[in-house]
Design a protein around this ligand. Structure first.
Ligand code: GRF
Length: 230
């Protein structure tokens, strides 16, 4: 048995954004609908003009702008984020369109407690412009992945994935929109599974234990779920 990743309820979340923040919004909405037992303690942006900050403020969530240009190194910048996240007593960090690579300073401060979402079916198309890369490659399926962040680029243990078809007349925008709709579904789901203590890390595999029947039927979950005992 690997270690159980458990958390108290409600889960104290920190969210990192750099841009428009629609994934942040999906987390806010899931909390408001009662589907995710969490409280967002802090939203950090490295950009003062990120529209995601406005979404947070609208939801009365505390925000901080931490601009990497004010720091001499990536490690110092990450150290400032760690200080802010710890001061807010954050248990899980969710990167949501955060456009900075994380150093060991923050990864070690939150081991197996930093998630990210990527608009491809990893390990295909890591890095920037994943939707364009999928189109250019001619894949028939595209999708998105929620994973635990590790030092490698988009390489960490996979928590939830969703696939979408690539249509013959797709362009980058239409494919990105189709993927984004699934991002908004699976990111709150992955955080909720964490909050419920249902994620177990075995090596680099994340096993979802005792999943509720409602998501057990989701054939796109990876790895396959063990049937619920309840
Ligand atoms: C999403 O496509 C996400 O997968 C990627 O960056 C984008 C962020 O979008 N990591 P938003 O800021 O959440 O709207």
């Amino acid at each position: 048995m690997g270690s159980t990743i458990a958390a108290r309820a409600p889960l104290r979340l920190g969210v990192l954004v750099s841009g428009r923040g629609t994934n942040l919004q999906s987390i806010i909405d899931a909390i408001e609908r009662g589907e995710l037992n969490a409280i967002i303690k802090l939203v950090i942006s490295n950009r003062a003009d990120a529209p995601g900050l406005i979404r947070a403020q609208r939801a009365k969530i505390p925000t901080r702008v931490i601009d990497q240009r004010r720091f001499g190194s990536r490690e110092e910048f990450d150290g400032a984020m760690v200080d802010a996240l710890r001061a807010a007593e954050v248990e899980l960090v969710a990167c949501a369109g955060f456009m900075r690579i994380l150093s060991p300073v923050i990864l070690d401060a939150f081991p197996n407690r930093i998630m990210n979402i990527h608009p491809s079916l990893l390990p295909a198309f890591p890095g920037l412009n994943a939707q364009k890369a999928a189109l250019e490659h001619g894949t028939r399926l595209a999708g998105c992945t929620v994973f635990f962040v590790t030092p490698g680029t988009d390489d960490g243990p996979i928590i939830v994935q969703a696939a979408v078809p690539v249509m013959p007349d797709d362009d980058e925008q239409t494919l990105s929109d189709r993927i984004l709709a699934q991002e908004h579904r699976i990111y709150p789901l992955a955080i909720s599974l964490f909050q419920q203590g249902r994620l177990q890390l075995r090596g680099r595999q994340v096993v979802v234990v005792d999943a509720p029947k409602s998501i057990g039927r989701d054939a796109l979950m990876n790895p396959p779920l063990r049937p619920s005992r309840s």
